[in-house]
Write a protein of this length. Structure first.
Length: 153
């Protein structure tokens, strides 16, 4: 009699290594996913903060040009039409501004209103409107900057 003994391995001893391998694979997959997601978030945040930094620099340049232009515009005894720096500042403001800005046309009129006046009363009467328009523009840009920074966090 030829008796072959067939050794049977319990099924659970085969399933345990498969389950362990699946758990390890899922763990590695989740680690890779979360690492990728965090790295991507960090890059987006850094990019947004860099843009915000550039926007802040632009706002500072615009504010400086606006304030210096206004100083020339209201200085008694200074004829704006003969001051090269006055023209330079006006051009700098125009170049820093986006022509599609809702206040661009009004700002443009204010800039040229200073050129049109020759007396001290005219200078002083042109000033409040110019300052008001500049404040609106700078406030709106500041709010945009704050939103960009908040979205990066």
């Amino acid at each position: 009699m030829d008796t072959h003994t067939v050794s049977t391995v319990p099924t659970w001893t085969l399933i345990i290594p498969i389950i362990a391998a699946l758990i390890a694979f899922i763990g590695v997959g989740l680690t890779v996913f979360f690492s990728w997601r965090n790295a991507n978030k960090t890059l987006r945040s850094a990019h947004t903060l860099k843009i915000a930094e550039m926007r802040q620099s632009w706002i500072n340049s615009l504010r400086d040009a606006m304030s210096e232009f206004q100083s020339y515009g209201v200085t008694p005894g200074v004829s704006q039409s003969t001051e090269r720096k006055f023209y330079e500042l006006g051009t700098r403001i125009e170049l820093l501004m986006n022509p599609k800005d809702p206040d661009y046309d009004e700002l443009h009129k204010c800039l040229y209103q200073f050129l049109a006046v020759n007396d001290l009363n005219g200078k002083y009467s042109a000033n409040p409107h110019f300052v008001s328009v500049c404040q609106r523009i700078l406030k709106r840009e500041w709010e945009t900057l704050k939103q960009e920074i908040a979205s990066a966090g």
